[in-house]
Design a protein around this ligand. Structure first.
Ligand code: PLP
Length: 387
């Protein structure tokens, strides 16, 4: 089985248990981030989810009034939903077909100012340089928010992704086997409203959460079930429900315990990615054009447009072979629920949503595992071409 999910391992739970016994459970993220190379001397607020952090920012959590929010259409759809619900004007913009990242053309096309916010996303860990945005004069510069979901330790311009932005949002549960958790870092943050937000009750919400998110032999059974499940139909983020809460204490402990390991993990992924580049069949796929500091939440490729009809079938076929690939963001907010927020045709976004496949990449894969992955891809593609 080759999996893209992180599950909470027994050894992490044991080291947390040791801390609890020693009564060392005070979680100070500032120190942890500094020890890992982030050198922020700024306000850090924690939340249960990144979407909650974003809701907090848009609903008055920052020093200036925000009226309009620009963001890439190729993004986790819930982010567009947050803006919609905050009653700000949402403007979805197109992405680059090579890097899968937001195209900054919109800055000149629309004109931007102090009451605008720009949400930048480092797609799957591929960092975006914000130098172009920093050239906008200070007195007219929009609030620059970096969405670092899946991009902790992604690096660019001599620092971590998003450095230079007014705010950086990190979610932890996508890169760590964490149950919840997000952080926002930046000096624009206001603390008054934050102090009244309740902590998430935490640990796991129910028994299903425990089963799905903890490592162990039960995962083999879960993977077996996942391998025969049909792919999800597109579900609009319109139906998403969440409440803005602070991170649970347990989520914080898992974060602190895992932070150091993640850095090593990413180094290993960067080395493995070289082998992926060599084995990728270029007849069918275009690899994501990446910056050196990519943190490889996954290894993303897109099928050439002429093969786009194969994408979902290929994802299902690989899953039935026990290889759990993803197709983020097949449900990009480009459907009818978001039509009025799309002032230009988002041609590239639509192509990406229909053609991207996220291959799993993990530091503990051997070369044999990687070869197995690409042999499975070859086998499937050969079957298609015989039909
Ligand atoms: C780029 C991006 N932004 C935001 C989110 C939402 O994060 P959360 O589930 O913590 O609200 C996700 C989810 O994975 C994401 O990938």
């Amino acid at each position: 089985m080759i999996d893209i999910r992180e599950t909470l391992q027994l050894k992490t739970l044991l080291s947390i248990a040791k801390r609890i016994v020693k009564r060392d459970t005070l979680v100070d993220f500032r120190e942890e981030l500094k020890n890992s190379g982030y050198n922020f001397d700024e306000t850090i607020l924690d939340f249960n989810l990144l979407r909650s952090a974003f809701s907090f920012i848009l609903d008055g959590g920052v020093k200036r009034e925000i009226k309009r929010v620009f963001m890439p259409g190729f993004i986790c759809p819930v982010m567009a939903e947050v803006v919609k619900r905050s009653n700000k004007e949402l403007v979805l913009v197109d992405s680059d077909l090579q890097t899968f990242n937001m195209d900054f053309d919109f800055v000149t096309k629309f004109g931007v100012g102090k009451n605008d916010a720009i949400l930048i996303n480092h797609t799957f860990g591929n960092p975006v340089s914000i130098k172009t945005l920093l050239k906008i004069p200070q007195n007219n510069r929009p609030l620059i928010i970096s969405d670092n979901a899946l991009a902790l330790f992604s690096e660019i311009d001599g620092g971590y992704a998003g450095v230079g932005a007014d705010l950086i949002m990190l979610n932890l549960h996508k890169q760590f086997a964490n149950t919840d958790g997000a952080l926002v870092i930046g000096n624009e943050l206001l603390k008054n409203d934050y102090d009244v937000i309740k902590k998430d009750s935490g640990i796991y919400k129910n028994f299903t959460d425990v089963v799905l998110k903890t490592g162990g032999i039960h995962q083999n059974l879960i993977n077996l079930i996942r391998s025969i499940m049909p792919l999800y139909k597109e579900v609009s983020a319109k139906i998403s429900r969440w409440s803005v809460k602070r991170m649970s204490k347990f989520g914080g402990l898992v974060f602190r315990e895992s932070l150091g390991n993640l850095k090593n993990e990413i180094e290993k992924r960067r080395e493995l990615a070289i082998l992926y580049d060599k084995l990728l069949p270029l007849k069918y796929f275009v690899p994501q054009k990446i910056e050196e500091g990519h943190s490889f939440a996954n290894y993303a490729v897109r099928l050439k447009p002429e093969y786009k009809a194969l994408r979902d079938r290929m994802v299902a076929d690989l899953r039935s072979e026990g290889i759990f690939v993803d197709r983020m963001w097949y449900n990009s907010p480009t459907g009818k629920d978001y039509k009025k927020f799309i002032p230009q045709t988002l041609n590239n976004t639509k192509i990406l949503a229909k053609t991207v496949i996220n291959l799993p990449i993990r530091g503990d894969y051997s070369k044999q595992d990687v070869k197995y992955l690409f042999r499975a891809i070859d086998k499937i593609l050969k079957n298609y071409s015989c039909e």
